[in-house]
Design a protein around this ligand. Structure first.
Ligand SMILES: [Zn+2]
Length: 141
């Protein structure tokens, strides 16, 4: 489990496991797979710790990144958390980010661009006849 690993690494690095930090780990474990924005995590933690500032949260998240527990992505101007720290592909479609773990594809991309990659973000514009029809219905003619 991600949280257990995080607790172990924080302890080894002499970080105090404050109730706020513990809650943050719980939240990240629960919604991390969705690649949440830091704002979304902030809203969640404020439910229990209303006074926690964005900058305190951000520095806590940076510490988790330093311990190789997560990566940060910048997508559409928003910083998101990725708890999958293995090289992988993020498929981004309609604002939803999903992991695609495909070592073969990662190797191919690395060969093509001539260097190691951590994360590849692929923005997918899907072909959806229904969506196009909906858009067509909305467009003023
Ligand atoms: Zn990911």
């Amino acid at each position: 489990m991600w949280k257990d690993l995080a607790i172990e690494r924080l302890r080894k690095s002499k970080f105090k496991l404050t109730p706020q930090r513990f809650k943050l780990l719980e939240i990240i474990e629960k919604i991390g797979y969705k690649h949440p924005t830091i704002c979304e995590v902030h809203e969640q933690i404020k439910l229990d710790f209303p006074t926690m500032s964005f900058s305190t949260l951000y520095s806590n998240i940076l510490n988790l990144k330093k311990l190789n527990l997560l990566e940060l992505l910048n997508l559409f101007g928003k910083t998101r958390i990725d708890i999958n720290v293995r090289p992988h592909i993020n498929i981004v479609e309609n604002g939803i980010v999903r992991d695609l773990n495909d070592d073969e594809l990662i190797e191919k991309i690395e060969e093509k661009i001539g260097r190691k990659v951590k994360i590849v973000n692929v923005i997918v514009e899907s072909e959806c006849i229904k969506c196009e029809k909906d858009l067509y219905m909305l467009s003023p003619l």
